[in-house]
Design a protein around this ligand. Structure first.
Ligand SMILES: Cc1ncc(COP(=O)(O)O)c(C=O)c1O
Length: 458
């Protein structure tokens, strides 16, 4: 390798933004030995880079990319292509307006701490060995009781399988019940991470459109009546937040019963319904036990806890148990003990009740702020629940570019079109409002993007 190539590599790294002003570069001796070239070769490359202002030499402190280097705008633009939607939908934890995160400022820290201490102190020697595969019995009991009272189910603790959340639920259900080649149906638009996982683990995956009444069950019956699994978000569709209508719920249940198919109900935020009474889960209407209900503590407590659960139809418990023993070792015991106590002492119910009122207020603030900052940019088709709003673009299709702008201002909204697969796309921003603390704060956040939003859409 010659000095020209070393020079070109560094220049390219800097122009592409991979090396930033102020970044340290290796000492000449180190790089020469790394590349197995003579020191003089590296020295010659560094000299040119210093001469052109890309590098500065700081004597004993080494060499760095020039901290005062200003890259031409156009260079950055050509070097870094627009991110795909999947890059916008990320696990980045900083930023505001994130989707589906509970109000972190309202987390009941004191109670949690108290109960955590008790749970840790009460850990018996026999509990320090492996936890039960299907979950800690008192937590299974507390979840069954909560679901029966609040979500209208009629399940036994023995039907509860505790997992690490939604994706673990899907993997386990398909591992236990699916035969190779089984047709799996998913909503379109549908939960991004669900789609991504299913594309990998369910090769015969198909999509069913969603309209204002939820999944289009007529479409399912017309084109995919032979499916073995239908995965739905009936209480609040993800992301449109519409509720599956009662006639469609009955149609779907009839289909599953007639075909011996399974409905996987993803009830991720069913607790949060505001203007009307809480809507009972689809599973509450399931007299033939064809629905596998799945839930999570990510929306009610916190996502980082990684505790979810599924309700096994009675006839499948033995199969789940058998494969569960092979695939799983059981979830970590301590969080389960804390949660069990939190539920059985009634704190969970009180917390959800408080959050319902809080989210309703925060949603109002967000809508008012959107109205004030963008009076004619977005349309809303407000539904009764959920933890996010969808702001549909009144004109145009540039929601990905718009989300990118908002994300640059640390507003982690997502482009609605990224949730669609085959159905005709709609365009807008999906906005989480649960962590907005005041109308002023909401306005300030949105204000960051007003000029650029207008410049893009006008
Ligand atoms: C549609 C949907 N289902 C399920 C979940 C829950 O995921 P998990 O339990 O893995 O945190 C989420 C969380 O964002 C979601 O949006």
């Amino acid at each position: 390798m010659g000095y020209k190539e070393i020079y070109a590599r560094y220049r390219q790294q800097i122009l592409a933004g991979q090396l930033k002003p102020g970044d340290r570069v290796p000492a000449i001796r180190t790089l020469a030995s790394e590349l197995q070239v003579a020191r003089k070769t590296v020295e010659a490359a560094y000299e040119i880079l210093i001469g052109e202002g890309y590098f500065v030499s700081q004597g004993a402190k080494g060499t760095r990319v020039n901290p005062e280097l200003i890259l031409p705008e156009t260079t950055g633009k050509t070097a870094v292509p627009a991110p795909p939607v999947s890059a916008l939908i990320q696990r980045e934890s900083k930023g505001e307006l994130r989707l589906g995160i509970p109000a972190l400022d309202a987390f009941p820290h004191k109670k949690w701490l108290l109960i955590s201490g008790k749970a840790a102190r009460s850990l018996r020697a026999d509990e320090m060995i492996l936890p039960p595969v299907m979950g800690y019995q008192p937590l299974r009991e507390a979840i069954a009781s909560y679901l029966n009272i609040s979500r209208g189910l009629n399940c036994q603790p023995e039907q509860i399988f505790i997992t690490s959340g939604y994706r673990a639920n899907l993997r386990l259900i398909l591992a236990v019940l699916a035969q190779p080649g089984d047709k799996v149906l998913f909503e379109d638009p549908g939960y991004f991470f669900g789609q991504k996982l299913l594309k990998r683990i369910a090769p015969n995956l198909h999509y069913v459109p969603v309209d204002r009444q939820g999944m289009d069950v007529d479409y399912l019956l017309r084109y995919h009546a032979d499916a073995r699994f239908a995965i739905v978000t009936p209480t609040h569709h993800s992301p449109l937040a519409v509720t599956l209508s009662l006639p469609r719920k009955h149609q779907l249940l009839e289909w599953a019963q007639y075909n011996d198919s399974w409905i996987i109900e993803d009830d991720y935020d069913g607790e949060f319904h505001y203007t009307r009474k809480v809507i009972p889960a689809l599973k509450s209407l399931d007299v033939h036990d064809r629905v596998i209900y799945t839930g999570t503590f990510s929306k009610t407590m916190m996502p980082a806890m990684r505790v979810g659960y599924l309700v096994m139809p009675k006839e499948t418990i033995a199969r789940f148990s058998e494969l569960g023993e092979i695939l799983e070792t059981g979830m970590s015991l301590l969080p389960q003990k804390i949660l069990a106590q939190f539920l059985s002492e009634g704190h969970f119910y009180r917390h959800i009740k408080k959050m319902r009122t809080l989210y309703q207020q925060r949603r109002r603030m967000m809508l008012d702020a959107m109205q004030a900052c963008f009076p004619d940019v977005f349309d809303f088709e407000l539904t009764d629940g959920g933890m996010h709003i969808v702001a549909f673009l009144a004109r145009g299709t540039q929601d990905t570019a718009l989300a990118e702008i908002w994300q640059r201002h640390q507003l982690r909204v997502l482009p609605l079109s990224g949730w669609y697969m085959q159905t005709q796309k709609r365009y807008g921003l999906v906005i989480g409002y649960t962590n907005i603390r005041s109308l002023d704060q909401a306005r300030e956040l949105l204000q960051r993007t007003v000029l650029e939003t207008r410049a893009l859409l006008d």
